[in-house]
Design a protein around this ligand. Structure first.
Ligand code: ADP
Ligand code: MG
Length: 386
């Protein structure tokens, strides 16, 4: 359906989301707050978003009947994760607005296609080689080592990645990953990581959240810090410009997160994109006057985009299931009452039935007037739950 011909979808309509995880849940919360009804498509009866949505269609993401039902009840559809088959988005797009488009999601699903897109946009990427065949494996230049072999598809939170130092280890790792299509990336000397969330409307207008500084532990995002001066200004400006050109190059409609490595020499390398709101943008729920989830609603409905404003120094702490096992092997609810006694602490839990180590259970947004105050509160909060 031609996006330009589509009228604005006003509150009162039903908005659909493919995927029932925490991102779908927070999208549904934002949409509901604005007066929309929501429908979630997810096979899991206990999915975080399915539990709070007005409608929950329990079907697989390629199920023609489930998709038809979603199209029937919704005025527009979005996605909360990138591994939705692009064909499903394309099927839905035949009868209603879908943002982001299947073509953009297809690129984000595949690290090799993603890297090729970055190169097309002229943004710097890590030295890398695509490995799909034994011939490509044999031709890998030795100067890509030590490196990280990453499956081209379906990786997340550091899963599907093997660090390799030698050509022998590389061959073994590719075997261990089942010889699926992979990208070998040179291991880079990271100073830190950052990300930018942009939202692009049907009319091509782009707004953005402030550049986020991210700390990962074991391949999983742990902390995001956003305040004046969190990154040198030139780096932040470069990241923002690169994120905008990546979105424009995709003719993207929706919320897009672009992740970067900042190298020890201060240079910036784009890492990957997520065609949806992102964990590193959660602080916007409490630190900005427009959250990334509200931006998602505005993009898919054709509502005007307004430039979000950061009104508080913000720190986001991810709450992994490990916190439930801080005192032993039996899951125990952390002392949220003590955490919530701290000023500027905002608790977001995803309603997952079972805590598991490594599982994202929620996050804590900490807001304050200064970065120092936010950091002091974050340390206190971490001491209570950790
Ligand atoms: P995922 O899709 O699992 O988020 P990423 O490619 O973002 O995968 O990798 C996860 C983390 O691993 C990154 O945030 C970074 O900390 C580290 N990492 C990934 N690639 C490199 C690299 N080329 N050099 C150094 N560290 C890397
Ligand atoms: Mg990543």
């Amino acid at each position: 359906m031609s996006a330009h011909a589509t009228p604005v979808i006003l509150p009162g309509a039903t908005l659909g989301v493919l995927g029932g995880g925490q991102l779908g849940r927070m999208f549904a919360h934002a949409a509901q707050a604005m007066g929309y009804f929501t429908a979630v498509l997810d096979p899991d009866a206990t999915s975080p978003a399915g539990r709070i949505s007005h409608q929950h269609i329990r079907s697989g993401y390629s199920d023609a009947q489930g998709l038809a039902e979603l199209a029937r009840v919704c005025a527009a559809v979005t996605t909360e994760f990138e591994n939705v088959p692009a064909a499903s988005l394309n099927q839905l797009a035949q009868t209603l607005p879908v943002a982001p488009a299947g073509s953009a999601v297809a690129i984000a699903q595949d690290r090799a296609a993603e890297k090729a897109h970055f190169v097309r946009c002229g943004v710097p990427v890590a030295p890398h080689a695509v490995i799909e065949t034994p011939e490509q494996l044999a031709a890998v230049p030795a100067d890509l080592l030590p490196g990280i072999l990453k499956t081209a598809r379906m990786g997340y939170d550091g899963k599907g990645q093997v660090r390799v130092k030698t050509l022998e280890e590389l061959a073994q790792a590719w075997d261990d990953l089942g010889r699926v299509a992979c990208v070998l990336e040179k291991m880079l000397p990271l100073a830190h990581e950052c990300s930018v969330i942009v939202a692009r409307g049907r009319n091509g207008q782009i707004v953005h959240l402030p550049v986020q500084r991210n700390l990962h532990r074991d391949g999983i995002l742990a902390v995001t810090e956003v305040y004046e001066g969190n990154l040198p200004l030139a780096q932040a400006q470069q990241a923002l410009a690169a994120a905008k050109s990546v979105a424009e190059g995709l003719q993207y409609v929706g919320v897009l997160c672009v992740e970067f490595f900042v190298l020890q020499d201060g240079s910036l390398v784009v890492n990957e994109i997520a065609p949806r709101p992102h964990n590193s943008g959660h602080y916007s729920q409490n630190g900005c006057d427009v959250s990334q989830f509200e931006l998602q609603v505005r993009c898919m409905t054709g509502l005007p985009l307004v430039q979000p404003r950061l009104h508080s120094a913000s720190i986001m702490l991810n709450l992994l299931g490990d916190l439930w096992f801080a005192h032993g092997d039996t899951a125990q609810t952390p002392a949220w009452d003590q955490v919530l006694a701290l000023p500027g602490c905002h608790l977001h839990l995803y309603g997952k039935a079972q805590a598991q180590r490594g599982r994202k259970m929620g996050h804590l947004n900490i807001t304050a007037t200064t970065a120092e105050a936010a950091r002091a509160t974050a340390l206190q909060a971490a001491a209570i739950v950790g």
